[in-house]
Design a protein around this ligand. Structure first.
Ligand SMILES: NC(=O)c1ccc[n+]([C@@H]2O[C@H](COP(=O)([O-])OP(=O)(O)OC[C@H]3O[C@@H](n4cnc5c(N)ncnc54)[C@H](OP(=O)(O)O)[C@@H]3O)[C@@H](O)[C@H]2O)c1
Length: 292
């Protein structure tokens, strides 16, 4: 019997990892960290037979207490970009102090690690966290997640069939995986052997461009969906005029430019190697979202 604790378990990625683990949990003691153990999402975990323990990334003592007796920790990166550098420091320190043996961290796929990267806003905490983890005595697995495929509808907008696809991603390609497939990889790492001190590129075995995506949408809808890659400043101005909040424009623009620069293009066979299955294809994902 060994104990696995999942952080971010009340969220989408961590919650899906829990779902994959509860399917084969005979020799596992599963715990979930929650900052509000009384909320509905935490109670739903208890109902699945998972032990919910209190812990808040902002509160080091709560984390140290929660991590006691844990063999493997699945550490979901925090969602508040402004606060997550100190939060991640708290999590890694608490895990080390509590005697966690193996930490599995959800990081990000990239090539450029300098401040010139268009997604440096998400990079800083990940890069520092990887360093802290490697400097600790814990064994680790770093999961370098590509962009969630689930974000494509958010980037291309609700009216894509009327307006066409408008995004400054050029001819860049991205090896997108769904969040659910990333969770499957996480569950396989947590329950499998031989993942000590490894770093995996958690990306699909196919990469697609937004021109490909426009082609898939054309097939799905039966009418031509165009793709325009505007100048980044023009894109910014257009979205601002349409009333899109600055923060959302920054995320869309950052990931579009990262795609254009090939930051997300490296493919990987990790999903099939660890699960024996093929990842969900972008075309099939789009069909499930936009098909009738
Ligand atoms: N690769 C990508 O494309 C991509 C895209 C978006 C995000 N991400 C990263 O991946 C992570 C997981 O994604 P997701 O979609 O599962 O996000 P999500 O649904 O927002 O889940 C975030 C989880 O983190 C927990 N959390 C946040 N702050 C915390 C704190 N101070 N202490 C303890 N727990 C805290 C949340 O708890 P509550 O339920 O209490 O809020 C929730 O369980 C995100 O947090 C982000 O770092 C990656």
């Amino acid at each position: 019997m060994h104990t696995i604790l999942i952080t971010g378990a009340t969220g989408q990625l961590g919650g899906t990892v829990i779902d994959f683990l509860t399917h084969n949990s005979a020799e596992l003691k599963l715990k979930a960290l929650a900052r509000n153990p009384e909320d509905e999402k935490a109670k739903a975990l208890t109902a699945k037979g998972v032990e919910v323990v209190y812990g808040d990334y902002d509160k080091p003592d709560s984390l140290k207490e929660a991590f006691k007796g844990v063999d493997k920790l699945y550490f979901v990166s925090a969602s508040d970009i402004e606060k997550r550098v100190p939060q991640h420091h708290n999590v890694v320190n608490a895990a080390r102090e509590a005697g966690v043996k193996h930490i599995v961290y959800t990081s990000f796929a990239r090539k450029n690690e300098t401040e010139s990267s268009p997604i440096y806003m998400v990079a800083e905490a990940h890069l520092k966290t990887e360093e802290w983890i490697k400097a600790s005595a814990m064994t680790y697995t770093i999961l370098k997640h590509n962009l969630y495929m689930d974000f494509v509808p958010f980037f291309i907008g609700e009216n894509v069939f009327e307006t066409g696809l408008y995004l400054p991603a050029g001819d860049g390609r991205a090896a997108l995986l769904t969040r659910s497939d990333m969770a499957r990889v996480g569950a396989a790492v947590l329950t499998g052997a031989g993942h000590e001190n490894k770093e995996y590129n958690v990306s699909s075995d196919e990469s697609v461009s937004y021109k490909d995506i426009a082609g898939y949408l054309s097939e799905i809808s039966g009418k031509e969906v165009s793709y325009t890659s505007p100048d980044p400043q023009e894109y910014h101005n257009t979205l601002k005029k349409a009333g899109v909040p600055e923060e959302m424009i920054g995320v869309s623009l950052g990931f579009a430019l990262a795609t254009a620069q090939g930051e997300l293009s490296e493919t990987s066979h990790i999903f099939e190697e660890l699960t024996g299955k093929k990842p969900l294809r972008v075309k099939d994902f789009l069909k499930s979202v936009y098909g009738k």
